[in-house]
Design a protein around this ligand. Structure first.
Ligand code: IMP
Ligand code: MG
Length: 221
């Protein structure tokens, strides 16, 4: 078992100024984690992964789509040889609430048997996605199965899961940027920001009747 790497705790009131000239900035209430802080933390996680998996057959598995930026930076912070693979799980479209229903939309390309698997996640919220995935993968007989998540929202947890590596523990707010989306947008922001609540509230109001008829698995997270 690897050592547990606790997340750096980000304070709810931590205000930082917006960076860059993107028009998406105007939808951001405030920056929670700057691009520089993310990069520094990802480099540190990469060093820890190097130490833990030296001499082992390491496979990083990223959960699409939110983890893509984290994976891209993390793998460049890892100096030991490794492979990557992707899987996609379902979501409920434009909702900001996790449903607890998880479905695989795209499975892995290769077997994970006897390989050291590190699941790369963007954020752990209710925990349902990771609880489901760890159960699914553990019966495929990997040599080891651990989880690295950039963000953790412990206040929202509904199921217990063992997270081995955490970038940042954040307060209970809906965040966007660095791969994380709202309604498929904002993924390209280089920082983690808090979306202005009125944006998802107004969208939730207008889409409530539409989303009531939306089947689980309507979109990839
Ligand atoms: P779960 O509730 O732990 O199953 O989280 C499922 C997924 O919901 C995460 O992997 C994210 O893709 C998404 N998610 C949860 N919280 C947020 C958020 O604050 N912003 C953007 N996506 C989120
Ligand atoms: Mg995700």
């Amino acid at each position: 078992m690897a050592e547990y790497v606790p997340g750096i705790v980000v304070a709810a009131e931590g205000k930082q100024t917006l960076c860059g000239s993107s028009p998406l900035n105007q939808d951001v209430d405030r920056v929670l984690i700057s691009a520089e802080a993310i990069q520094a933390r990802v480099r540190e996680l990469g060093r820890r992964v190097d130490e833990r998996y030296t001499g082992k057959d390491l496979l990083l598995i990223a959960v699409l789509k939110g983890s893509v930026l984290f994976l891209a930076d993390l793998m460049r912070a890892i100096s030991i040889p490794h492979e990557i693979d992707f899987l996609a799980t379902s979501s409920y479209g434009a909702s900001t609430e996790s449903t607890g229903v998880v479905r695989i939309l795209k499975d892995l390309n290769k077997s994970i048997e006897r390989r050291h698997v590190l699941l790369v996640e963007d954020i752990i919220d209710s925990g349902h996605t990771l609880a489901y995935l760890t159960q699914l993968f553990s019966v495929r007989n990997p040599a080891s199965l651990e989880i690295v998540t950039l963000l953790d929202k412990p206040a929202r947890r509904e199921v217990d899961i063992g997270i081995h590596w955490t970038g940042f523990s954040i307060p209970n707010e809906f965040v966007i940027g660095y791969g994380l989306d709202f309604n498929q947008k904002y993924r390209n922001l280089p920082y983690i920001g808090v979306l202005k609540p009125e944006l998802y509230q107004s969208l939730a109001d207008t889409e409530l009747s539409a989303s009531a008829t939306l089947a689980p698995g309507a979109g990839i997270i």
